[in-house]
Ligand binder design. Structure first.
Ligand SMILES: Nc1ncnc2c1ncn2[C@@H]1O[C@H](COP(=O)(O)OP(=O)(O)OP(=O)(O)O)[C@@H](O)[C@H]1O
Length: 850
């Protein structure tokens, strides 16, 4: 029954397998950081100290043991000898191996693998040593070609020529050409490793092939492929060959014939890696790089035409520079970098898990599944965990104190790895033995008398040879055997067997080709399958997206329906409210109409009342007028008596005083009207006042020439005639002595209404009025007032005093008579406007602003 891998892992121990070799290489602390947290206690042990203050001041010591510890003083050459030279030796002996460098960024992984030109690392030195050893035994170029499935085809002469021309064309068209000058300079500067191995088969021909890939974000990219220069480089598929060994499908495997050529190719790969990283926006230290070096050898004495696959011995070494093992937090990564770090960490994590589970299985004898297939990196090296070859790990450590936690993490990983046991690889069948076996098979055991293959090898060969041994050729009388007949039979059988084997071989070839075709078809199918799967995934995504959108739309539709029904309900409510309001408005309108009618009725009644009242007042006025007429009559009588000389001085004085008293009363009743603000007395007040002033004037013949009351000009015009009866008669005394205030009018006014500017600067105002008294004497009245400036910019004049100047002459009967006549005439004239004075003025009152 076939053992499962897990069962085999569980059964492994140090006798049946060999442990993973873990080496630790310390780099010198970075410049300016002399403090380290590592002390090397022996060639295989180191101590890690926790920095002060990290664990409450207690310094923790951790001891770690490795296969060998390389201190920072160990040179690149010494490191190569210790770490890689044995593996190159194995390679030449036909054994395979894989060498990982593990550590955080800046710990010296690339330095160890590549190194600077003048201090090369493991890879350049490996090429050097390999070509130093087998460089003189290289086979014909292009004789072998990779079948891209871990195997090699032997090309015919014609194929070799075709392949050579194809390669030449390819080199011409290569998009990145090796920088010849630089590479020549590099060769000049590059320090060559001159080590040469002695333990190798000098009867063999050797062929060296290299592949260079990187694993980034769990995708494999071929660094020798021009595709990687595309904006979206195509990743390569990982497959398994018939023996279950992984291989990278369609990876470019290039034959190299010198270490210079190999390093040139390596530089091209590194250059492409940088371009690809720029296109992918990544960093080189975020990917794992794998350089695979394959050595194919066969016995030199086999003519190429009869060379078969079985004559070839293939061994390989994988030199893996792993990405930095730092954690996401420490690297302060974000966005794509987090995904990238996640993928790096996940593939390193899978590597770690594989080692952990292997150790667990081996330690506890359990059969846990090892998760090789969880990451491309571990899938690719799965066969090495199964015992295809040695596994070596170089733990690169930067001993600076600030990286304590990461160092601890890496050292723990190394500590765990070194306990893992992997199955020991079966020793390769030496090519020399293959030839012997072939000879024995073809020509019998005596064909190679001096060669004695080991029984194990012999057995192994025979199990596959299917050819019976030769019969005894000795002639013996006793046995009565005819050796010639026996040989004849044997040879006949052999011929038949050979024919049969040739047919089988042809069938095999046919089958192999058929299988290859099928495999190609299968690959094609896989590609199509992949494309269909991607398409399917894309469509599923689109469907999911659409479903989500539909859900969202349904949700929003439901919301809209709800909102709509809410709106409809609101509309219904609003409509009913509107109807109610309309009814209310109708009601209010009806009420208002009713109120209006009521009001109009009331107004009509009120107007009638007011009219009635006015009529009553008018009637009262008429009565008053009649009373005044009567008083006038009395005064007329008095004047008549004066005219007839019967009137004495005493009476005149009394009347004057009476008139004065009355005028004073009028004056006090006169309000100050603000003309600016059109604050006029009411019609009734005005009429009353006019009436009284006229009354006064008629008695005293005094009329102010100008007052702020708008009715006054009417009075003025009313009194104009009599006042200017004797214009030349003036009170010279008043004017000459200038004891009285005079209004300062400009001449052009000519005694008309004053303008605002005329009295704008004065505070006093005087009107002069002259008249003839009953004796024919000139009476001059000086009406005095104060000028008040209102806040609104207007001017008000308040008359508050009258000064009367009279003169008396001795009575002359002729003059008296004459004067009596003129007085009577005057009275007649005075009466005439009486009736009109009651009427409202026909001429619109002159307004003037002071
Ligand atoms: N053993 C050493 N001796 C001298 N210098 C060293 C050594 N190891 C590393 N260095 C220096 O340390 C620096 C970082 O090393 P390197 O680039 O090899 O780190 P790394 O681990 O490969 O980083 P990354 O993961 O980013 O590729 C380089 O400048 C290198 O010269």
């Amino acid at each position: 029954m076939k053992k499962t891998a897990a069962t085999r892992d569980a059964a492994l121990n140090r006798e049946t397998g060999s442990p993973v070799e873990v080496f630790c290489r310390l780099r010198p602390p970075p410049e300016g950081e002399s403090e380290t947290c590592i002390k090397v206690s022996s060639a295989t042990e180191l101590v890690l100290f926790s920095p002060e203050g990290l664990r409450n001041g207690i310094i923790k010591e951790s001891h770690y043991e490795f296969s060998h510890i390389l201190t920072d003083r160990v040179t690149q050459q010494a490191a190569f000898k210790e770490l890689c030279l044995p593996l190159i030796d194995d390679l030449i002996q036909g054994k395979s191996s894989v060498l990982f460098t593990y550590g955080i960024t800046g710990s010296g992984k690339t330095f160890t693998m590549m190194g600077p030109l003048n201090n090369p690392g493991l890879i350049p030195r490996s090429f050097d040593v390999l070509f130093n050893t087998v460089g003189n035994l290289l086979g014909k170029k292009f004789l072998l070609r990779s079948d891209r499935q871990n195997g090699y085809e032997i090309l015919s002469e014609y194929d070799i020529i075709t392949e050579r021309s194809r390669k030449e064309i390819f080199t011409k068209n290569q998009r990145i050409k090796p920088d010849i000058i630089t590479s020549q300079q590099q060769q000049v500067q590059r320090t060559l490793d001159t080590t040469q191995l002695s333990n190798f088969n000098q009867n063999c021909l050797y062929f060296v092939f290299v592949t260079f890939v990187e694993v980034y974000n769990n995708y494999i990219y071929d660094l020798f492929d021009d595709d990687i220069l595309n904006k979206a480089p195509q990743s390569k598929q990982l497959r398994e060959d018939a023996r279950g060994r992984p291989y990278i499908k369609d990876v470019k495997e290039i034959e190299v014939r010198s270490s210079e050529e190999a390093i040139e190719l390596l530089n091209i790969g590194l250059k492409r890696r940088r371009i690809a990283h720029t296109q992918l926006n990544t960093e080189s230290s975020r990917s794992h790089s794998v350089l695979s070096l394959r050595l194919v050898q066969f016995q030199a004495d086999i003519p190429p035409t009869s060379l078969t696959r079985e004559d070839l011995m293939v061994s390989q070494i994988h030199l893996v520079d792993l990405a930095g093992s730092e954690r996401v937090n420490r690297a302060k990564t974000a966005g794509d970098r987090v995904k990238e770090a996640g993928n790096i960490n996940s593939s390193l994590m899978v590597l770690r898990q594989c080692f952990e589970i292997l150790r667990e299985n081996q330690a506890q004898g359990i059969n846990k599944m090892v998760p090789y297939r969880d990451a491309k990196l571990t899938s690719f090296f799965k066969s090495y965990f199964d015992g295809e070859g040695k596994i070596r790990m170089i733990l690169c450590v930067n001993p600076a104190v600030d990286g304590y936690e990461e160092i601890q993490h890496a050292l723990k990983f190394g500590d765990l790895t070194k306990d893992v046991i992997v199955p020991r690889a079966p020793a390769p069948i030496p090519l020399r033995n293959r030839n012997i076996l072939r000879e024995i098979a073809n020509n019998g055991p005596d064909a190679v008398p001096n060669q004695s293959p080991s029984p194990m090898v012999f057995q192994e060969f025979h199990s596959t040879a299917l050819i019976a041994p030769f019969p005894r050729l000795e002639y013996s009388i006793e046995t009565d055997e005819d050796p010639i007949n026996n040989l004849q039979d044997h040879l006949t059988k052999r011929i038949e067997e050979r024919r049969r084997l040739t047919i089988i071989h042809e069938q095999e070839e046919y089958l192999r080709k058929y299988i290859l075709e099928l495999s190609m078809e299968y690959d094609q199918c896989l590609i199509e399958h992949d494309e269909l799967r991607k398409e399917n995934e894309q469509q599923s995504k689109t469907i999911k997206h659409l479903q989500t959108r539909i859900k969202l739309l349904e949700k929003s539709q439901n919301d809209y329906v709800k909102t709509n029904s809410n709106y409809e309900r609101d509309i219904r409510t609003l409509k009913s409210q509107m109807e109610e309001k309309m009814n209310e408005i109708k009601q209010l309108k009806a009420d208002r109409r009713k109120d209006k009618n009521d009001f109009e009725n009331k107004m009509r009644v009120k107007i009638m009342d007011v009219e009635q009242q006015h009529l009553n007042e008018l009637r009262n006025k008429e009565l008053q007028m009649k009373e005044l007429e009567r008083q006038h009559e009395d005064k007329l009588n008095i004047i008549r008596s004066m005219a007839s000389g019967m009137c004495d001085q005493t009476t005149s004085t009394t009347t004057t005083r009476i008139a004065h008293a009355e005028f004073a009363q009028i004056q006090t009743n006169v309000q100050v009207y603000d003309i600016e603000n059109n604050n006029h007395p009411t019609a009734t007040q005005s009429l009353d006042m006019i009436d009284r002033i006229q009354q006064y004037n008629r008695v005293e013949m005094i009329l102010p020439r100008s007052t702020p009351i708008e009715q006054i000009p009417i009075i003025h015009s009313d009194c104009q005639g009599p006042v200017v009866a004797h214009p030349r008669q003036q009170h010279r005394r008043s004017r000459s002595t200038k004891t009285l205030l005079q209004p300062q009018f400009s001449k052009k006014l000519g005694g008309q209404q004053p303008e605002k500017d005329d009295i704008g600067r004065t505070t006093k105002y005087v009107l002069t009025h002259q008249n003839l008294d009953s004796n024919g004497e000139v009476v001059t009245d000086l009406v005095k007032g104060d000028v008040l400036h209102s806040v609104g910019g207007g001017v008000n004049v308040i008359f508050n005093d009258i000064e009367r100047l009279t003169c008396q002459s001795p009575p002359n009967p002729l003059v008296i008579k004459k004067r009596a006549k003129s007085a009577e005439r005057l009275l007649q004239e005075t009466r005439t406007p009486k009736s009109s004075s009651r009427q409202p003025p026909e001429v619109p009152p002159k307004r003037f602003r002071i």
